[in-house]
Design a protein around this ligand. Structure first.
Ligand SMILES: *Cc1c(COP(=O)(O)O)cnc(C)c1O
Length: 368
């Protein structure tokens, strides 16, 4: 038998979260961002739940091909555009829309032989300082693109650095609006955080929003707000079972490094999940976990194949627990209890995005 660990992708939850995005931006189209293999869910596994989107956006050309192979005939956007000239051939063949963020990409387009003019999204660096033309250089880039026979429609794109936090988006909005005010074409600005927090402004909504993390059921601004606050449902459950139970006495330690010391009698369970499955090794004692759907805590260090959990809350409630009991690392337990990935990511000093993407290859995944 394989180890008891498995992940479940919840199709209905993906659908629900997409509808939640639509409620925030009823007059905008929605890109479902499926980069990093649909945030670790698997593009093919997430497709059914997300096919109600208006388009799919990703980074990798191979992922764009996979979406076409699933039968998707609608818009696909490459968020970083092409990486080398021959990528444009695939864009022509598969009808991929692509970002243009630098002069080299315009050079490649100018040299590209195609019967099908491309739709491009001209990216502005409005303050993030990763990709895009600065506001000062934006208009010249637009004029160059606009003169190319290889280009038919030009849309406008930027990306926010602080849509989830106190700095906000006003400075970037001002830069973007000023440089694009009189240019004709569709606009896309908002990631998940901007879509949920700033979309009362029509200019922020634009024509398309780019929804990533929100589709996968996590709050883009945790811990200020929770997934529950935003009405999001978990789309991935990581669950396993107890392999063993140990009775500790005062002074006994647990696991590598002995960094947890029992201060009195304590019953712990050993669960079949570790950092080799993508569970973060940085999760400290106290990180929440569900056993039989009851909230308890991790104790001791995470190992490659095992974690140890405190069974006190179950024993106090007089519940049966032991070998084979259900352990939910994140997602939804059999009794309906939810533990969000945000709640596990935060004590590990990271974010839900990283945990989902890091789900290990060895974990079997089913779709429901
Ligand atoms: C990843 C990404 C998004 C989605 O971000 P979320 O915070 O997950 O919603 C949107 N736009 C671009 C350009 C991205 O790279």
């Amino acid at each position: 038998m394989p180890r008891p660990i498995h992940a479940t992708i919840h199709t209905a939850a993906l659908h629900h979260n997409l509808e939640r995005v639509r409620k925030s931006v009823p007059d905008a189209k929605v890109w479902a961002v499926v980069k990093a293999n649909a945030y670790g869910h698997g593009i093919e596994r997430a497709y059914e739940g997300l096919r109600g989107a208006d388009g799919f956006a990703m980074i990798d050309l191979a992922e764009a091909e996979r979406v076409r192979q699933l039968g998707w005939r609608g818009p696909i956007l490459l968020l970083e555009g092409v990486f080398e000239a021959r990528d444009l051939e695939l864009c022509s063949r598969l009808g991929l829309w692509h970002a243009v963020h630098c002069d080299e990409q315009i050079d490649m387009l100018a040299a590209h032989k195609t019967q099908v003019p491309h739709r491009v999204f001209l990216k502005m660096n409005s303050g993030m300082n990763r990709l895009g033309f600065t506001p000062q250089r934006y208009r010249a880039a637009w004029a160059r693109l606009n003169a190319l026979p290889q280009v038919d429609e030009i849309s406008f794109m930027t990306h926010f650095s602080d849509a989830d936090g106190p700095r906000g988006i006003a400075h970037q909005m001002a830069a973007f609006n000023e440089a694009t005010a009189d240019l004709p074409g569709e606009r896309t600005l908002s990631n998940s955080a901007a879509t949920l927090r700033h979309s009362s402004d029509a200019a922020v909504r634009g024509d398309w929003v780019r929804a990533g993390i929100v589709l996968y059921g996590n709050a883009p601004d945790h811990p200020e707000n929770t997934a529950g606050h935003w009405g999001l449902a978990p789309t991935m459950t990581l669950a396993t079972k107890l392999l063993a139970v140990q009775q500790l006495q005062a002074g006994d330690t647990v696991g590598y490094g002995s960094n947890f010391v029992a201060d009195g009698p304590l019953t712990i369970g050993v669960a079949a999940c570790g950092y080799g499955d993508g569970y973060p090794r940085h999760c400290p004692t106290g990180t929440p976990v569900l056993v039989n759907g009851v909230r308890t805590r991790l104790v001791g260090r995470v190992s490659m194949d095992m974690v140890t959990v405190d069974l006190t809350p179950l024993l106090q409630a007089g519940m049966e627990v032991g070998f084979g009991s259900e352990v939910t690392l994140w997602g939804r337990a059999s009794n309906g209890a939810v533990l969000t990935i945000d709640e596990v990511a935060e004590p590990a000093g990271t974010v839900s995005w990283e945990l989902m993407c890091a789900l290990a290859q060895r974990v079997p995944v089913t779709v429901e």
